[in-house]
Design a protein around this ligand. Structure first.
Ligand code: ARG
Length: 596
């Protein structure tokens, strides 16, 4: 089912073609000046030059060539040659009815289904999930849902960071703690009592040691990493415990956040593919020795950047940097597992597209990996896309830290948000009559809605400031406001049903109804934009516009105080709004409670 802008574009394109004008400039869009017209087309300006005419003349001939139809009367002309369109009441009624009758609320499916892997979340073993993983999880989850909803076959993969240097580092720390691994009984007892909290305390301490120049610890950790990857039974056994302890805690955090993966795979799962991959890269002549390490060069001819050496001299070096495939200790690196994971995904999912929802600051890494993968003919370059995002910042404008300067754990963040949600519910006198269980459930949903909507309402590339008070407000562009609006419609419909009032065919009369129907019509456009640009904020924006249009409708158009066909039409409009709003929020990963 076409939305109104697409239907108008098709009709306008026919007029353009009949006048010998290039139809690709016939686009009709929602107007940003609704006082002039609901839809507008600017193409007369673009084709004027080629046609050797003034834009105004072109606009006049398009308007003259436009025969008034059921869809729209003849457009009017504004300014130098803008065409303004208004759809007929019949067209709007028909479209609103179709949306009301459609389980997909007026959304169109993709033209060609694709197989898509969404790589997101990306937590690391031995490091708890913190706010840094929040954006990756929230944005990736939404993109996964958007792609799936439009008809693609989609796999979400957590891609655990479980095979790198941090593993060797934590194993080394454990070795120090136990004074070696010789006492088997002691090791077993320690492994049995190991918790994620302990791992999370060990990791930063040892990471700091290495950062501060403890070369001996660094080298031991590197050796431990190489032993683990090389198949040492002892190292793998220790690794397995750390892996499982981390994973179960992380599953719990993801679950609380309403984030779910189809594949719980990690870097380590690509390990079995690495030996053959290295051989293959070698056979293809792509592997080069570099001071004991093995690299793949990915810069094209003439691609260089300036680099400042330690002694201050500036030299010209290739850019992007080569991909490090085998370290001088013989270990697989971050890029190695990413390259092997591409082979794994090609083998197991055969994807048309792999989307990596990962912090913008890793852009160079992905560019290296993607180029190497294309160079080795593992996958076409255009099937790989880094969907980067900015940081969530503290009030100082730097990536968010706790007051003590540490990273805030995801679990604690969710706890804080829930605490605030309980407070806000009480302030707004919501839930006094709920059971304790329902109150907690609503508080949790409000908390998650606040965190997710605050994140997703910004373009993903933009960094934003963490401000729980603002996120949790029941007014303005927030998650709680939208939940409240959706729940309000639910209660209106429940009351109507209780009184035996039934929805009927949609007849738009009032301006506020017209505005609501136009808002409903805009869903498909927002969905397509979110899909094409991998940018959920288009849907967040839509949810807000729709909720506001509903408010305007509700304030101006009595529902239960009206009668007959008018009441039935308004109930149908309210039902369509609830369905579309719930769906839009679900695509953002936000769940609406029954009442609040
Ligand atoms: N574990 C990584 C990190 O915390 C993110 C993983 C992203 N995905 C990937 N395929 N590299 O930085």
């Amino acid at each position: 089912m076409k939305d109104l802008a697409s239907a108008l574009t098709a009709a306008n394109a026919a007029v353009f073609t009949s006048l010998g004008l290039d139809a690709k400039h016939a686009d009709v869009r929602r107007s940003d000046r609704p006082d002039l017209g609901e839809f507008q087309a600017n193409g007369a300006l673009a084709v004027a030059k080629a046609a050797g005419k003034k834009p105004h003349e072109i606009a006049q001939s398009v308007a003259a060539g436009w025969s008034a139809t059921d869809l729209a009367p003849t457009p009017t002309i504004a300014g130098p040659g803008f065409l303004n369109f208004k759809v007929t009441p019949q067209a709007l009624n028909k479209r609103a009815q179709a949306i009301a009758d459609d389980v997909h609320a007026g959304a169109s499916p993709v033209e060609k289904k694709r197989r898509v892997v969404v790589d997101y979340g990306g937590p690391n073993v031995a490091k708890g999930m913190h706010v840094g993983h929040l954006r990756a999880s929230i944005i990736g989850e939404s993109i996964k849902r958007i792609y799936r909803f439009r008809g693609d076959e989609v796999w979400g993969d957590a891609h655990f960071g479980d095979w790198g240097f941090q593993m060797g580092l934590v194993i080394t720390a454990l070795e120090d703690e136990l004074g070696g691994f010789d006492d088997r009984a002691k090791l077993d007892a320690r492994l049995q009592s190991l918790t994620l909290d302990q791992l999370e305390a060990i990791y930063p301490t040892y990471a700091a040691k290495v950062r501060d120049g403890d070369i001996e610890t660094r080298d031991r950790a590197r050796k431990a990493t190489a032993a683990l990857q090389g198949g040492s039974a002892l190292h793998r056994e220790i690794w397995k415990v750390m892996h499982d302890v981390s994973m179960s805690a992380q599953k719990r955090d993801f679950h609380a956040l309403g984030v779910d993966f189809d594949l719980w795979l990690g870097e380590s799962d690509a390990d079995p593919l690495i030996p053959n991959m290295v051989k293959d890269l070698e056979k293809q002549g792509l592997l080069e020795d570099d001071q004991g390490a093995r690299i793949v060069r990915v810069a094209g001819p003439g691609e260089t950047k300036k680099k400042k050496l330690d002694d201050g001299t500036v030299v010209e070096v290739e850019s992007p940097d080569p991909l490090l495939v085998v370290s001088s200790e013989g270990s697989a690196m971050y890029g190695t597992t990413d390259l092997a994971t591409i082979l794994q995904r090609v083998r197991d999912q055969n994807p048309d597209l792999i989307l990596y929802t990962v912090d913008q600051r890793q852009a160079d890494h992905f560019e290296q990996v993607y180029r190497a993968a294309a160079k080795a003919n593992y996958i076409a370059r255009d099937k790989l896309e880094h969907v980067g995002f900015g940081t969530m910042n503290g009030p100082d404008g730097k990536p968010f830290k706790t007051r003590a300067g540490g990273v805030l754990k995801l679990q604690d963040l969710i706890g804080q948000a829930e605490e605030k949600a309980r407070l806000r519910l009480k302030e707004n006198e919501i839930g006094a009559d709920f059971s304790a269980e329902e109150f907690e459930d609503v508080a949790h949903k409000v908390a998650i809605a606040a965190l997710k909507f605050a994140d997703l309402s910004n373009y993903r590339g933009t960094s934003y400031v963490f401000d729980l008070d603002r996120f949790m407000s029941f007014e303005g562009k927030t998650g709680p406001y939208l939940l409240y609006q959706a729940v309000r419609i639910k209660s209106i419909l429940r009351r109507a049903e209780g009184e035996g009032a039934k929805p009927g065919s949609i007849q738009i009369e009032h301006d506020a109804e017209r505005a609501l129907a136009l808002a409903l019509d805009a869903f498909d456009g927002a969905l397509k934009a979110a899909y094409d640009k991998k940018a959920p904020h288009f849907l967040a924006e839509h949810a807000y516009t729709l909720a506001q249009a509903f408010s305007g409708f509700y304030a101006n158009c009595a529902i239960m105080q009206s009668e007959g066909a008018t009441r039935a039409s308004r109930l149908a409009l309210a039902g369509a709004t609830l369905n579309q709003l719930t769906l839009t929020l679900d695509l953002l990963g936000i769940e609406v409670p029954e009442r609040m």
